[in-house]
Design a protein around this ligand. Structure first.
Ligand code: TYR
Length: 276
């Protein structure tokens, strides 16, 4: 359906070449852009397989002069990694993009640390190698154009967003602050509930209901993402702590309903409740 692009590809640097960085790189390369990656760990083999140039040295990476730099380190290492980059070696109008699962934090960090002439785009693709393995169609990408210049700079930002929209992603433009409110009430809750279920060491029985099968599946996904990610969702989203509180209140409220109910029913009713 799309006309083949005659436009030259962008040169895109990816800082942090872990699970998500590699996952992104593959699609970006597939769209005809040039990708150069930076990581402390040795990912030379993965990079070669994906057709990506690879550096472990920050100077060598910056001297590649990418048009766009994507920060794809873990939430908790992002500040250290960003501060370790000799950004003065980059092009003076580089576009910085982040893909973190929290948004207020990288926004403030970029605005504080990066030279004022750099453009800034904050994004959160709401999927990863598990949920987006086959197709990105219909999967949400949240973004805020934090600081984008006009003309060619706006075109470059739009071309970056096209990497997702051309795959059929649902593009959701929203402020970083609003994102963090929604994310605490949805993604953080999801990870918390999955981790609680994981800690319960639930086992399959010879008589699983459909509901229990669902619960077992959730318990498994609890461990699928790193604890570093989960911790990042908590410490770098100011709304997370109150969601944890809401969860505890809900459990306390349920217990009250259960125990209070037995106390207030007659002996016989209480017996039949206990039997169920
Ligand atoms: N990692 C999971 C996946 O592959 C889910 C996930 C989605 C994790 C968004 C973090 C995140 O920000 O789908």
């Amino acid at each position: 359906q799309h006309m083949p692009k005659v436009m030259e590809g962008l040169k895109i640097g990816i800082v942090g070449f872990g699970t998500f960085g590699q996952f992104l790189a593959e699609r970006i390369c597939g769209q005809g852009h040039e990708v150069v990656a930076l990581s402390r760990s040795d990912y030379r083999d993965v990079a070669r397989r994906l057709g990506v140039s690879f550096h472990r040295d920050v100077n060598a990476f910056c001297d590649e002069h990418p048009d766009i730099v994507i920060m794809s380190a873990s939430i908790i290492s992002t500040e250290t990694v960003l501060r370790s980059l000799p950004v003065e070696r980059l092009k003076p109008d580089t576009l910085f993009v982040d893909v973190l699962s929290v948004k207020g934090f990288p926004k403030q960090l970029f605005l504080t640390i990066l030279p004022p002439q750099f453009d800034v785009l904050c994004t959160h693709p709401m999927f990863g190698p598990n949920s987006g393995r086959a197709s990105w169609a219909g999967l949400p990408v949240v973004y805020e154009r934090v600081r984008i210049g006009e003309g060619a700079r706006m075109d470059r930002c739009n071309r970056f967003l096209d990497i997702f929209s051309s795959q059929g992603c649902k593009m959701v433009e929203m402020s970083c602050g609003e994102h963090d409110v929604h994310a605490a009430g949805s993604q953080f809750i999801t990870h918390t509930v999955c981790r609680i279920l994981g800690k319960m060491k639930l086992e399959s029985t010879p008589m699983n209901t459909k509901g229990y099968e669902d619960i077992l599946r959730l318990a498994e996904t609890g461990e699928a993402d790193s604890f570093d990610l989960y911790y990042g969702l908590f410490v770098h989203n100011p709304n997370a702590v109150q969601e944890l509180q809401r969860l505890e209140t809900a459990v306390a409220c349920l217990k009250k309903e259960l125990f209070g109910h037995i106390q207030h029913t007659s002996g016989e009713q209480a017996f039949s409740v206990a039997k169920r």
